[in-house]
Design a protein around this ligand. Structure first.
Ligand SMILES: [Zn+2]
Ligand SMILES: [Zn+2]
Length: 358
């Protein structure tokens, strides 16, 4: 097909709960880039925030519009002259953040913290919920034949979970508490189990989500939290530890809910010398028992996306160790993007992962 025959439909958000579908030019290719015909894009919590409010955490659209989407996979259709490891026809998963590669932080390996990071669908950078998208080839990974493009799109949230479990130093026989049974909490449970954790309790305020998480094998124990009970984190922690069956507390707890009370409960529920991993995003300055954390030497560790985790995620899915396809509860086409976002945002639809196939 000549480029004139190809169209590049893109899904654009403006922060008013609408998706505008607009034909854009097919982007031009740099020396180290590949042009990708996008196949599958998952909708993430951050995408929903830009769609609904025009902002997410410290990032804002500031009244501008943006192509949404960052959990994507597709097929390489053009290759820059400097690209050696990919060729036309390769199916790839896209790691959506491209750092500067040359600063001290990047050179040290923690490139996710690079100050010059350009990340898909984080203002002002456009995302990849569109037909054609150009990306730095260094951040595109060829996927094996036994991984579908839908599963390849799921490697983005899976990489968040792999990195979170890496930060937690999860090891053999450990007890873990996970707050939040959404896609990230479920994936954290699956990765924790694969890292050797033998006792995993997942906590949520939605019994349906807890049952789903358990049915996927993300946890062997569940704790149904009521909003009322969350007013006293130490009391909730006692109840969780009873279910966990550990007097000492969890080796680590992973906060994946974004609820400030869960962060506080996580400090109580974690054993001395353990760690609390902050994956979710609650309020900017939550009130937490920080002195308790200090006297228990509970490390509170942040998680910002991931670094160097895509190869691990590909291997976990390709080997069959983790089945990410089970998290996909709804599917739409690119033309149906607005409906897809509405369903993802509506708790009555009980969506875990909404997937858009372009
Ligand atoms: Zn995401
Ligand atoms: Zn850098």
């Amino acid at each position: 097909m000549s480029s004139e025959e190809r169209t590049n439909l893109a899904a654009i958000v403006e922060g008013n709960r609408k998706i505008r579908l607009e034909h854009r030019d097919i982007p031009t290719l740099g020396t180290n880039d590949v042009l990708i015909s996008i196949s599958s894009v998952g909708i993430c919590g951050s995408d929903l925030k830009y769609w609904a409010y025009g902002k997410c955490g410290r990032f804002s659209l500031n009244g501008k519009s943006m192509v949404i989407g960052h959990e994507a996979a597709g097929v390489v259709t053009s290759v820059g002259s400097g690209v050696k490891h990919l060729k036309i026809g390769d199916r790839v998963t896209i790691e959506p953040g491209v750092p500067c590669k040359s600063c001290e932080i990047c050179q040290g390996g923690r490139y996710n913290l690079c100050k010059k990071m350009r990340f898909c669908a984080t203002p002002p950078v456009d995302g990849n919920l569109c037909n054609y998208y150009v990306h730095d080839a260094d951040f595109c990974y060829k996927i094996p034949d036994n991984i579908t493009t839908e599963e390849a799109a799921m490697l983005e949230p899976l990489s968040v979970a792999v990195y979170a479990c890496e930060r937690a130093n999860i090891g053999l026989g450990q007890s873990i508490v996970i707050f939040g049974a959404g896609p990230i909490g479920i994936l954290c449970g699956l990765v924790a189990k694969n890292s050797g954790a033998s006792n995993i309790c997942i906590v949520d305020i939605d019994e349906g989500r807890l049952a789903f998480a358990k049915s996927l094998g993300a946890a062997n124990k569940t704790y149904f939290a009521t909003l009322e009970a969350s007013k006293d984190p130490s009391k909730v922690a006692d109840d969780i530890l009873e279910i966990l069956g550990s007097d000492l507390g969890a080796h680590s707890s992973l906060e994946c809910s974004g609820a400030d009370s869960s962060l506080a409960t996580g400090i109580h529920v974690t054993r001395p010398g353990g760690s609390v991993i902050l994956v979710g995003r609650g309020s900017l300055s939550p009130s937490i028992p920080i002195v308790l954390a200090a006297t228990k030497e509970v490390d509170i560790k942040g998680v910002f996306r991931y670094a160097n985790n895509y190869p691990q995620s590909i291997s976990l899915v390709s080997s069959g160790a983790i089945d990410v396809s089970k998290l996909i509860t709804h599917r739409f086409t690119l033309q149906e993007s607005e409906k897809a976002f509405e369903v993802a945002a509506d708790s009555r639809q009980r969506a875990i992962k909404v997937m858009i196939n372009c």
